[in-house]
Design a protein around this ligand. Structure first.
Ligand SMILES: C=CC1=C(C)c2cc3[nH]c(cc4nc(cc5[nH]c(cc1n2)c(C)c5CCC(=O)O)C(CCC(=O)O)=C4C)c(C)c3C=C
Ligand code: FE2
Ligand code: FE2
Length: 359
């Protein structure tokens, strides 16, 4: 393009293009021990996820976990793998497309996974290449935790740090009590009741984290409680009709409780025959919901005398969820999300050369 006088305006004389980065945890590239090992090494090597001193943790990770756990997990991933690959990634792509459709082509939407691919770095680059200078980072974690949300923010900052011209950044740190989130969860439960009849008990299962995190100030536990209370209130449930529990703990330390598997045993023993189970902390179905809760805990419940644990899918790429994500993505730049011109030449090397020659 010719360096016209219009292109010589500084970019800040006109509104800048917004972009949205949605992020989730990540998943292996294949349901094989090798791919799972690569993924777990990155995930469990993150000091925000496992806070133990490196000198203590690395020998455990490399000596005891990485040689054995991937083989065990290959079987579990095999049970949930789809033609489109890992559910978490396939659903993530559908969420990206649905959000893109809602925000319009002038606001590019990218998907980044904190561990594995597509990386947060590649997602940020996609947005920058499309001219986005104001980036909304929206981790798909309703309840903030340093073990998840913070790791996404950190990956964004790590990628941006060496850049000369930083984009403007907005971090969405959660939406555990957003009315549209609670309403979407309630609607999906009511739809499940309409289709399958009402179970005797509603189990709300959230991913656990070590109690140590709570003691050090992680707000996650309180946000899970709040989501669950709001959801029960929205559904008009009495205290004895629902239970909040925490799933997916690993290792020997104390994790947030009550543990989902323990609650399921207790419910079966107390004569409950049907459980409706929902995992409100998971924005997309994944290993922890499809294999652990739906398959494994379903089996455990039946073995303990229950009849059926009916898993209610995550909000995934449903319309209500995408409307909610669009609302969250728009909020930080409410006024400037409207289609806006961009200055495509601002970082164009030819233009920089032209400008510096004049100095
Ligand atoms: C070891 C510490 C872990 C913490 C702390 C933790 C927190 C946490 N995780 C999620 C969401 C997901 N976790 C998933 C799998 C998974 N999580 C851990 C460990 C911790 N998670 C491991 C080792 C694994 C791999 C599987 C396993 O070994 O059981 C997934 C699913 C990934 C997939 O491929 O489908 C999600 C999603 C949250 C929300 C959270 C804290 C709030
Ligand atoms: Fe996890
Ligand atoms: Fe797990």
């Amino acid at each position: 393009m010719n360096p016209t006088s219009a292109s010589l305006q500084t970019p800040h004389t006109q509104p800048q293009r917004c972009g949205v980065l949605i992020a989730n945890l990540g998943t292996p590239d294949a349901p094989t021990a090798d791919a799972i090992r690569r993924y777990l090494a990155e995930f469990l090597g993150d000091p925000r996820v496992v806070e133990l001193p490196r000198a203590l943790w690395w020998p455990i990770l490399y000596g005891f976990i990485l040689p054995f756990r991937p083989r065990k997990l290959a079987h579990a991933y095999g049970a949930i793998w789809t033609e489109q690959g890992s559910p978490l990634l396939a659903i993530g792509r559908a969420q990206q497309a649905g959000l893109q459709a809602r925000l319009g082509t002038d606001v590019p939407v990218a998907l980044g996974m904190r561990y594995g691919s597509p990386s947060i770095a590649s997602a940020l680059d996609e947005l920058l290449e499309q001219g986005a200078r104001r980036i909304v980072v929206l981790p798909l974690y309703p309840q903030y935790s340093a073990t998840t949300t913070t790791t996404v923010f950190e990956a964004v900052l790590d990628h941006v740090r060496p850049m000369r011209w930083w984009p403007e950044l907005r971090f969405v740190d959660g939406y555990y009590a957003a009315p549209a989130y609670i309403a979407a969860l309630a609607a999906s439960i009511r739809a499940h009741w309409d289709a399958h009849g009402r179970g005797e008990h509603l189990l709300m299962s959230f991913h656990s984290i070590p109690v140590r995190c709570l003691e050090r100030g992680d707000p996650y536990y309180c946000f899970c409680q709040k989501t669950a209370r709001l959801l029960a209130a929205e559904l008009g449930l009495a205290p004895e009709q629902w239970t909040l529990a925490f799933q997916s703990r690993i290792g020997r330390a104390k994790w947030l409780s009550p543990y989902t598997d323990v609650v399921i045993e207790r419910l079966a023993r107390s004569g409950v025959k049907t459980i409706d189970a929902i995992c409100p902390g998971f924005a997309a179905d994944c290993l922890e919901t499809l294999e652990e809760v739906s398959l494994r805990y379903g089996e455990q419940f039946r073995a303990a005398g229950g009849q059926a644990l009916r898993y209610i899918p995550a909000l995934n790429a449903s319309d209500a969820h995408l409307d909610l994500l669009a609302e969250l993505a728009r909020a930080p730049y409410q006024a400037s999300m409207a289609p806006t011109p961009v200055d495509p030449q601002a970082a164009d090397p030819a233009r920089i050369a032209m400008l510096t020659r004049a100095l």
